[in-house]
Design a protein around this ligand. Structure first.
Ligand code: DX5
Ligand code: ZN
Length: 220
């Protein structure tokens, strides 16, 4: 299994984002948490940040949209320079149409599920997506504790993905750290968001490498 580490810049220094994305050279991508203060009780960044960072980083971007009305706003993130655009199933009015719109603009389409949303809701149209994001905390804030109660859903999602025979990435987000990443990897996740575990470390890039080693070892 290919392990990918996609650090979240939510815990990076907002006064110096250009430099911050440069501190994770071995990452497989940058996870950009977009919050609108409606879908979640927090407000972060949007299209202008994606466009600005696109100019200073060659890493793939993965925009995690914790916003209402993704049907309206998500496609614009492909145009802004995000390789993967992730919208929440709970917020989308027409998830299949939206996934197709993201793909038609050249993006990878990803769907995110909050901890209490069953994966069975997307089982019949899983192949509309290039990635499934399972939240392992309630979305809204960095630095929360990993929810072990999501582990059975990670296992069920892995089974559903394997049954499609398609290369669909299974990403987990929230509370991923050296203490929790092995559990998530053993359950079947292959793509890991880590915010505080990377950006609160003294050497963020070493933290990325350590997380990748732990996940790789856990699934070897
Ligand atoms: C939470 C965000 C996560 C979060 C991860 O709503 O989607 O990406 O920033 O931060 P940690 O790794 O600190 O839980
Ligand atoms: Zn996120």
């Amino acid at each position: 299994m290919t392990v990918r580490i996609t650090p979240s810049i939510l815990n990076a220094d907002f006064a110096d984002m250009g430099r911050e994305v440069g501190r994770i050279e071995s990452a497989d991508g940058v996870h950009i948490d977009v919050m609108d203060n409606h879908f979640v009780p927090n407000l972060t960044m949007g299209v202008p940040m994606v466009e600005a960072l696109r100019k200073v980083s060659d890493l793939p971007f993965d925009a995690h949209l914790m916003i209402e009305d993704p049907d309206v706003w998500a496609p614009g993130y492909v145009d802004a320079g995000a390789q993967t655009v992730t919208f929440h199933l709970e917020a989308a009015k027409a998830p299949i149409r939206l996934a197709r719109e993201i793909r038609s603009r050249g993006g990878r389409a990803a769907v995110a599920l909050k901890p209490a949303t069953p994966v069975e809701q997307i089982a019949d149209f899983l192949d509309e997506f290039d990635q499934v994001l399972l939240m392992t905390v309630e979305p809204g804030f960095g630095g929360q504790s990993f929810l072990d109660c999501v582990l059975p859903k990670i296992r069920r999602t892995r089974e559903l993905i394997d049954r499609t025979g398609k290369d669909i990435w299974l990403q987990v987000d929230g509370g991923v750290s050296p203490r929790t990443i092995a559990r998530a990897a053993q359950a079947g996740a292959d793509t890991f968001v880590a915010g505080s575990a990377v950006y609160r470390a003294e050497a963020p890039d070493e933290a990325v490498q350590r997380l990748r080693n732990l996940a790789t070892r856990a699934t070897a």
